[in-house]
Write a protein that binds this ligand. Structure first.
Ligand code: C2E
Ligand code: CA
Ligand code: CA
Length: 697
């Protein structure tokens, strides 16, 4: 048998006897009533204050109190505890009145059979009422939360009914779109998407976004301002599953779009020149290559690299170098079509994409570009002359994708630079050479370590005494695959990769060892080694050279270091410091390639150097070129005025040699005297060729 159910029972009754009767009946019905009996208004009130009751029974008439009053009191308090009259017969009218007053049931004392079913039912219903109330409270709370969310949301929340009229318009909607709720509620939605022109790329990006948000659209606000939005829509259904409206949630993404545009600008354009950058060039090539192919045309890619820009940059300072780079784009634009793309790939490297051309037109364009750069650039009033080299590659012949086209134009550009031709069209023949440039970098370190480098020596003769005064050491690379590689093809690589330090030390060491051998044989008292700009930036160089001198046993005055004029200008203060230290060690110093740089005489005057070498470009043709002859003559005079000796390099004929002697030049070097030779061959020159020509050791 089930355990009796405890119920807190309040009994409004004057008769103890009747109370007992009632309790017994409840117990019989399976209840365990915990009861209290009251018979006055006050005690009823106290009992109600005291606790929550499961059920209340009341007599109809009592000497001090009326059942209907008790009921009224209860309902006044908002208390919906089941209330049942248990009384003697009171007549139909009264019973009806009692029920109307809000009693839950009426049971006649003489017929308590009905009591238990009534109690069961009332308790059950009270339970249901309690549950429902709880649910209603929860729902109300949830509605309040929802309302708060809608009100405070930064997203515009709009509901439109099936007729197309606005049913909800939250404060964010007012703010984002400009219309107040009052203006739009019950009316058709006031916004229409604006037509936007989009590029392909944008459309792709949009599709990407669509997976997450339904739409990205541009709308006109009430005040006419255009805003970018992201909208997600969802259908609202009522309980019957019928569509009751559409909800739009709108985010204002104008700021984000603006930021994206800025980022795009930064991602696709060079900040210094505002020209398209490598990424954008790549994209444009990607589109242009198949488009040109459809018309049986080519895309021409021209890579343009300024010659010796670093030197200009270092001499004039970076801000002026930047100013010069900024002038390049407009110059090039002026000679190109609007559909051509000019990009800056970084540093002093530019690219021009010609979308629909043939090789002849590309060559013409390249010529126009070089011509456009010929006129001096004015930087703060100073005219600067620059030269450039252009490498060309055409699709599909030289590459069917952006990467191979860029790579091949790059190779052609290096060819143009090396041949000093200005322009070179890519060809597979040079390619056998040119990826070599890249491969060489990896192999150069090994070459230095494994003695794959060797030195050739070119003698210098004194013009008055006709004596051999020294030799210049020139490096070569004996490559296992490519044969002998000249220094022009790997010195730059060494400079860029930091390998110039070990390379230079190797040359100094080897040249000193050879010098020692010759000195023992009574030949060539002086050996010259070339330094690069990077060497001058190395504060350890003088000490390292001092150690090599000491180890070789060659006196420091027998070592000559040649530094090009342009290398000195990379960092003049640093160069001055290094040269001073080398000079203090009593090493001979020469300025190489004199006449090709931008150094001022005032600066050269202060340098602790002993001689200058007139660049071969002036010497080679001085016998036939009057202008060159004038330059050579004035250089010789000027140098002597500074108290320095002059060496002319690039002497290729007897005629030039005689002219130089007449101009009072001190020394000469060149193919006419001797090509640079390995020691064994030079020994033969020392003992046979030179004496035969009257040049003595
Ligand atoms: P450079 O110091 O001006 O060396 C003279 C270059 O002119 C040498 O070219 C030499 O072979 C060439 N030459 C000599 N006589 C004549 C002539 O009568 N006519 C013509 N047309 N050319 C002549 P090379 O050996 O190819 O060297 C080229 C450059 O490479 C050198 O120019 C020098 O700047 C650099 N270099 C060579 N060896 C070294 C080195 O050990 N270290 C560094 N840092 N640079 C080096
Ligand atoms: Ca030299
Ligand atoms: Ca030189």
């Amino acid at each position: 048998m089930a355990l009796p159910i405890q119920i807190h029972t309040l009994i409004v009754e004057d008769s103890e006897e009747d109370t007992e009767l009632l309790l017994r009946e409840l117990q019989k019905g399976g209840y365990d009533p915990i009861h209290e009996r009251v018979e006055t208004r006050e005690s009823l009130q106290a009992a109600l204050d005291n606790r929550r009751w499961d059920i209340i029974f009341s007599d109809y008439t009592m000497p001090q109190f009326k059942g209907t009053e008790a009921l009224a009191l209860l309902r006044e308090r908002g208390n919906d505890t089941p209330f049942l009259f248990v009384s003697g017969t009171i007549g139909e009218d009264r019973a009806v009145a009692a029920m109307k007053a809000g009693a839950d049931d009426y049971i006649i004392k003489g017929n308590l059979k009905r009591l238990i079913p009534a109690v069961n039912r009332e308790l059950r219903e009270a339970e249901v009422r309690r549950e429902r109330k709880k649910a209603e409270e929860a729902l109300q709370e949830s509605n309040q939360t929802l309302e708060a969310v809608v009100q405070s949301s930064p997203l515009a929340i709009i509901v439109i009914d099936p007729a197309g009229n606005v049913r909800m318009w939250n404060p964010a909607a007012e703010q984002i779109l400009g219309w107040s709720a009052r203006e739009v509620l019950g009316r058709p939605i006031p916004i229409r998407p604006e037509e936007t022109k989009k590029e392909n790329r944008d459309r792709e990006a949009e599709q990407e976004v669509k997976r997450f948000v339904n739409l990205e659209r541009r709308y006109k606000r009430k005040d006419g301002v255009l805003i970018d939005t992201s909208i997600s829509t969802s259908l609202l259904c009522n309980n019957n599953g019928e569509i009751s409206g559409v909800m739009w949630i709108i985010a204002d993404i104008t700021e984000r779009k603006r930021a994206e545009a800025t980022i795009k600008q930064m991602a696709y354009y060079d900040t210094l020149t505002a020209l398209p950058n490598r990424t954008l060039l790549h994209d444009r090539l990607q589109q242009a290559i198949p488009a040109a192919a459809d018309e049986n045309k080519s895309v021409g890619l021209l890579l343009l690299d300024l010659d010796r820009f670093r030197e200009i940059n270092d001499t004039l300072g970076h801000p002026r170098g930047d100013a010069l780079l900024q002038q390049i784009g407009p110059r090039l634009h002026a000679v190109l079509q609007p559909s051509d793309t000019i990009a800056r790939l970084g540093g002093d490297e530019f690219a021009v994409m010609l979308p629909r051309i043939d090789s002849e037109q590309a060559a013409l364009a390249a010529g126009r570009l070089l011509k456009a750069l010929e006129k001096p650039f004015l930087i703060e009033g100073i005219p600067i002359v620059i030269e450039a080299s252009i490498g060309m590659a055409l699709s599909p012949e030289h590459g069917e994708n952006p990467d191979s086209l860029i790579q091949h134009a790059d190779i052609a550009m290096y060819v143009a630079k090396e041949n000093k031709k200005g322009v070179a069209l890519y060809s597979r023949k040079v390619d056998k050479h040119s990826p070599r440039r890249l491969a060489l970098l990896g192999e150069l370190r090994d070459a230095i370590e494994n003695n794959h480098l060797f030195l050739v020596y070119q003698p210098k003769i004194h013009l008055w005494t006709r004596r051999v005064i020294g030799v210049e050491a020139l490096v070569r690379w004996q490559h296992p695959q490519y044969g002998v590689i000249p220094p022009d093809q790997f010195i730059t690589i060494a400079e860029r990769s930091g390998l110039i330090q070990p390379l230079t030390l190797w040359v100094v060491k080897t040249a000193l060892a050879q010098c020692k051998i010759w000195q023992r044989e009574g030949k060539a008292p002086n050996v010259a080694v070339n330094l690069s700009a990077r060497n001058l930036e190395d504060p350890e160089l003088p000490d390292q050279i001092a150690r090599l001198l000491e180890a070789s046993g060659v006196g420091s005055a027998s070592l000559n270091l040649e530094i090009t004029e342009s290398a000195l200008m990379v960092n003049p203060a640093q160069a001055m410091e290094t040269l001073t230290r080398l000079n203090n060690m009593e090493i001979q110093l020469s300025i190489d390639d004199f006449g090709t740089g931008y150094s001022s005489l005032g600066y050269l005057k202060k340098l602790p150097v002993h001689q200058i070498k007139i660049d071969k470009s002036f010497v080679k043709e001085m016998a036939t070129d009057e202008e060159d002859a004038i330059i050579v003559r004035s250089t010789i005079e000027l140098t002597h005025n500074l108290g320095l000796k002059v060496v002319a390099e690039g002497v290729e004929s007897e005629e030039v040699l005689e002219k130089l002697a007449a101009l009072d030049c001190d020394a000469a070097q060149g193919y006419h005297i001797s090509r640079p030779l390995p020691p064994s061959e030079l020994n033969a020159w020392f003992t046979e060729t030179a004496p035969a020509k009257g040049w003595n050791l």
